[in-house]
Design a protein around this ligand. Structure first.
Ligand SMILES: [Zn+2]
Length: 98
């Protein structure tokens, strides 16, 4: 989608790894559950998911946000730097008045 924020700063990059990392972690834990079971059952290993989420969140918070882009367009008004996207239709041009 074109409205998705594509920021290439390290903080957003690490945050983008959150989803895949959690999916991989859950897959590995279920794999251990299927292979070994018992001590490695999912009921015993599920806190690893929380650890992974916390570790990635911590890494994202500690990562520098240099060059961070908070929206599809760079914010021009310093007062409206909120997260709410305000659709501003650009005028086609004042010289083109009918
Ligand atoms: Zn960013």
């Amino acid at each position: 989608m074109s409205d998705r924020i594509r920021c290439t700063c390290r903080r957003c990059t690490i945050r983008g790894l959150m989803g895949p990392a959690v999916i991989i972690t859950v897959g590995v834990l279920f794999l251990f559950d299927q292979m070994r079971g018992g001590y490695f059952s999912f009921g015993n290993t599920y806190p690893v998911i929380l650890i992974v989420i916390g570790a990635i969140s911590l890494a994202a918070a500690a990562a520098p946000a240099d060059g961070h882009v908070s929206g599809p367009t760079p914010p021009t008004a310093p007062g409206t730097s909120g997260s709410a996207p305000v659709p501003q239709n650009q005028m086609p041009g004042q010289g083109q008045g009918q």
